[in-house]
Ligand binder design. Structure first.
Ligand SMILES: Cc1ncc(C[n+]2csc(CCOP(=O)(O)OP(=O)(O)O)c2C)c(N)n1
Ligand code: SF4
Length: 343
């Protein structure tokens, strides 16, 4: 049954979300496929272009709002979550998206990012993680690996890298996902669920910077490797992966371990079933930290839980404060309390 006052869905196409200006990313940059995926996804929501806002900081990835035919801000380095929080608090009806890079989000902007998560502002945050500073020509970033030689680490990085998903889980993020820039099918699925999620959704996208960090994720993405190197998580399904679909995660001594189905008495019933809505984040944290060669990298939605949102709470506080206040107009307010006349 259709609700009587339900607005008519708006019929738009991918090109309606294209700003039609020259895209100034390097040819072959992974940012192109992410842009194409978002422009393909938004029309499926049946909403007007004016109801979307893309907010970014500074970096190659942060040029994203220019290329979208929606509202947007290209804001200050690392501060996109703060701008987005302000916008969503004042206009909760908008669909607000944050685009950030690993340098923008986790170096200068780490603080802002954490507080958006803990507040659970209803935002969709897209982290384009290329493990390098692209815009400033290839310095190491907070996600670069130890030993990485760059223009700012000529003898190899000695810094221990951050794991973005571990960090956001620690900040109590309610929706946490990971995908590669080349996996359009999984990206569309995650975008849909992130959009439907009420609260902060955080999506880490492994993005190839073919100029300054080419092939950073090739061990996960190239041809045949993918099925052995990636565990695609599916809600309610056992965590099975591998070319032969015969490997999976089991609990061993209380921790996840990789086992082969059919060996050492392991059957499909022993494989852990994925439950992203588990209130206990322990397993999501383990999944976020899995790396080759011992483990596949977990892709898909690692965590999806409900918690009250900041924007709902602030809207309610304003309603309550207005109700409780004797001042009904600005004039009342200016003439209330302790006032005096200057003579
Ligand atoms: C306050 C300030 N400090 C430093 C910079 C220089 N800067 C511009 S972009 C950037 C890092 C971008 O890296 P990342 O977020 O990984 O984005 P990418 O370009 O790789 O997409 C830095 C350090 C700046 N613009 N402003
Ligand atoms: S420098 Fe890297 S991230 Fe930036 S546009 Fe070029 S390929 Fe993309």
């Amino acid at each position: 049954m259709t609700a009587i006052n339900a607005p008519e869905p708006v019929k738009l196409k991918k090109k309606d979300f294209d700003a039609g200006i020259d895209v100034r990313w390097c040819p072959g940059c992974g940012d192109y496929s992410i842009l194409a995926n978002i422009q393909k996804f938004l029309p499926t929501l049946g909403r007007a272009k004016e109801e979307f806002a893309f907010i970014s900081g500074i970096g190659c990835s942060s040029r994203f709002p220019y290329y979208m035919n929606t509202y947007g801000f290209h804001s200050i380095h690392g501060r996109a979550p703060a701008f987005a929080t302000g916008l969503k608090s004042y206009r909760p009806d908008l669909s607000v998206w944050v685009v950030t890079g690993d340098g923008d989000g986790f170096s200068i902007g780490g603080n802002h990012l954490l507080h958006a998560m803990r507040r659970n502002v209803d935002l969709n945050i897209l982290l384009f993680n290329n493990r390098i500073y692209g815009l400033t020509k290839g310095q190491y970033s907070p996600t670069s690996e130890v030993g990485k030689v760059t223009s700012s680490t000529p003898m190899g990085s000695i810094d221990s890298p951050l794991r973005p998903l571990s960090v956001v889980l620690g900040a109590e993020a309610t929706f946490v996902a990971r995908v590669t820039d080349t996996d359009a099918k999984l990206m569309q699925n995650i975008l849909q669920q992130a959009y439907e999620h009420k609260g902060t959704s955080f999506i880490e996208i492994y993005q190839n910077c073919n100029v300054f960090n080419d092939g950073a994720f090739v061990n996960l993405t190239k041809g045949d490797v993918k099925r052995d190197a990636q565990l695609i998580l599916e809600e309610g399904k056992p965590m099975i992966f591998g070319k032969e679909r015969n490997k999976g995660l089991i609990f061993q001594d209380g921790k996840p371990a990789v086992a082969t189905i059919g060996e050492n008495g392991v059957s499909e019933d022993d494989i852990i079933v994925h439950n992203p809505s588990d209130p206990d984040p322990t397993l999501a944290f383990r999944l976020a930290r899995m790396d080759p060669p011992d483990f596949p990298v977990a892709m898909g939605i690692l965590r999806k839980v409900e918690r009250p949102t900041y924007d709902d709470a602030i809207t309610q506080q304003v309603i309550d404060a207005k109700k409780a206040s004797p001042d009904k107009t600005i004039h009342d307010l200016l003439h209330s309390g302790d006032t005096w006349e200057v003579k």
